[in-house]
Design a protein. Sequence first.
Length: 499
Amino acid sequence: MTSRGQGLSLQLFFFILLPLTIVIFCILYWSLTLHQEAMRTLVGERDARAVKAASTAITEQLLHRSAAVRGLALHAAQAASPEQALANYNFILNDFDGGLALIKDNNVIAASANWKNRSLASEILMEDGNPLMIVSATSGGITAVGAFSPSNLAARALADTFPATSESFTVIIDQNRRVLYQSGKAPTGLMQHTGIPEALRGESGSIYLSTSDGEHVVAYSPIAPTGWALMIEEPWEAVDNPLLRTTQAAPLILIPILLFALIALGFGIRQIVQPLQLLEKQAAELGWGNFAAIEKPVGGIAEIHHLQAQLILMAQKVKAAQKNLRGYVSMITAGQEDERRRLARELHDDAVQSLVALDQRTQLAQLAAKNGSPDVATRLSEIRNMTTTLMAEVRRVIRALRPIYLEDLGLLPAIEMLARDLEQTAKAQTKFAVEGQPRRLTSAQEIAIYRMAQEALNNIARSAQARHASVSMTFNETEFVMRVEDDGKGFVAPERVSD
């Protein structure tokens, strides 16, 4: 009987359901961690590349404006008038939201467009609190000057790459630590913020910064022609936040999986465990000889029905085998009783009668000796012959009970003696032959072979009425064959030994 801890229900739970749940949790945790780490690295690399691209774009815009101003100065030196030169270059006015001006050597404005009187002593001017960059070029005594807002330039360059959000922060700072462009809420200690000193030193890259609201990625890069610093900061989770929320909700798939597993476990208990337990009880009844108990239906899946059918078939075979065994035991008992009766009859009919006759002969010999009869010697000779015959008969009976020749001489001489006895008792000419290389068998094998030969020869003597008989013994490398044949009467052998 199996213990409760070894039941199929607990085994299904501990070896399938529980490990499956643990594996799923581990896979989900590992995949979420791996996804977060991959996204963290991906965002850092993306922002580093994007900052470099934005820095390159701003650099190109600055170089474009410088080239446009130089082109205007060269054209003004060759044009008929400064006004005509400025009119020919009106297509660059959109790039110079602070205006354009052509100035002669005596600092007199020869022509201008959207221009205000400004000091040209510095490249960066503060106008109404906003920075304004001045670009100038001189040719042929005329200086072309253009002014534009770095903030507007950066806004256009960064609009597609880093759109303004409530969670991100973008800033451009010049070498004098002035803020030229800012998007988003500035952190405390901006000038010493991570990334700005590095960018002002001409370095570029990205790092991760732990803050109170999570981990941020900080990407920075210098703007080559001016030495400005471009820095952006944003939570890396914000880049893939919807996908991360979906991934974090992935453990919810465990609910239907666990429900399905519980349903499968319940099905297993109802359709497998309970029928098997009932079948186990019926099998225990079968062990006590109740063959009808196993035939009661137990239900369950088809495999259990097949198992019960095989158990029913086995029970029927066991029942038939028991019946045959009882018959065999009865036959053995009857054979033993027949053998006892035969021995008793032989001893009574032969040995006892011979002893009675021997006693009578002995008495007659004694009387003859007293009377001085001359036939005493004849009578003593008869007594000797009767004694010899009686001894031979007793030896034959003893051999039938216990084969002395088998123990002393071996299997072949013992069976040969049985063949010779058949010639004397049944008057049948008996041939004994041996083929192959004789060898000794085990004691159990030799006694079994001897008894089979003895029974076969006794059947010939009792029932066959044969004239000729033969006993052949064949020794092979892997087997031993004994063949007993006669020319007497026989019978039809049954198809099965159990019959």
